[in-house]
Design a protein around this ligand. Sequence first.
Ligand code: PEP
Ligand code: MG
Length: 312
Amino acid sequence: TSRAPLRPLEAPGRTADGTPVSLLANVGSGGNATFAARANAEGIGLFRTEFCFLDRAVEPSVSDQVQAYSEVLGAFPGAHVVVRTLDAGSDKPMAFLPMPEEPNPALGVRGYRTSRTHQPMLERQLDAIVTASTASGTDGWVMAPMISTAAEAHDFAALARSRGVTTVGVMIETPSAALQAADILSEVDFVSIGTNDLTQYCMGVDRQAVGLGDLQDPWQPGVLRLLKIIGDAGRASGKPVGVCGEAAADPTLAPVLIGLGVSSLSMSPRSLQSVAEALSEVTVEQCRAAADAAVAATTASGARDAVRAALA
Ligand code: PEP
Ligand code: MG
């Protein structure tokens, strides 16, 4: 496939008035992490660990896992690296973690929910992540996908800390978690917003559906208003809020996310420089005005137009 040449990040992310914004990469393998390092990503905001093992029929051993995670952590020595525990199920079925037949897998046993029946598998993964962090000298932050309640965040944090994880977070990708962001933030050290799933569940539209692109849009007012609730909770807690869904790579939406209170954006390494350029042209004050304009809009296209006007 022909692709435009990589434009590496030229400098760490900053707004025009100098507020830092961590520009991080989404990766799923050591090879991806090497590429992200070539792109000058400041770190990794989402390591999709399930991508290392999609083809496995049996659970990878702890030592296989340590090796896979060390390749990613080792590509970013001392940097900010966020490792996500297995997000199996739904659009990422895994042969070694068989699921019951479900009529609606996106609403079924996926992500953190698999630990209801397979908690030892999660414990082994946490052990492997901690071992790989120690071995590589990169203290990985660890987060769980598909959290719906503050109780799940509490239980995951307790388990992860008991296995030696120092910085624990969860993804916010269900409307329930977004609405309870303040409660969840009191249980964990950070959160990361998965806008792909948050949009899916907020809009009630399958992320893989075709012909519904207008609804699969993080600019939809319902999604933007959930993002505001999360951003406000993040500010009030003083804890970091990141975005690691596709929305983070949208150069027009990035200033809105910063204005809402997000402090890191994680994306495909190819998008880093264009997002950096967009942020370098706007002040935090303008980001806040853009966020207010976006949240006040009543349509997705109205939000885009209002933000363009606020940033002009
Ligand atoms: C998301 O849902 O936005 C996300 C980053 O996770 P994934 O795309 O892996 O489900
Ligand atoms: Mg997701």
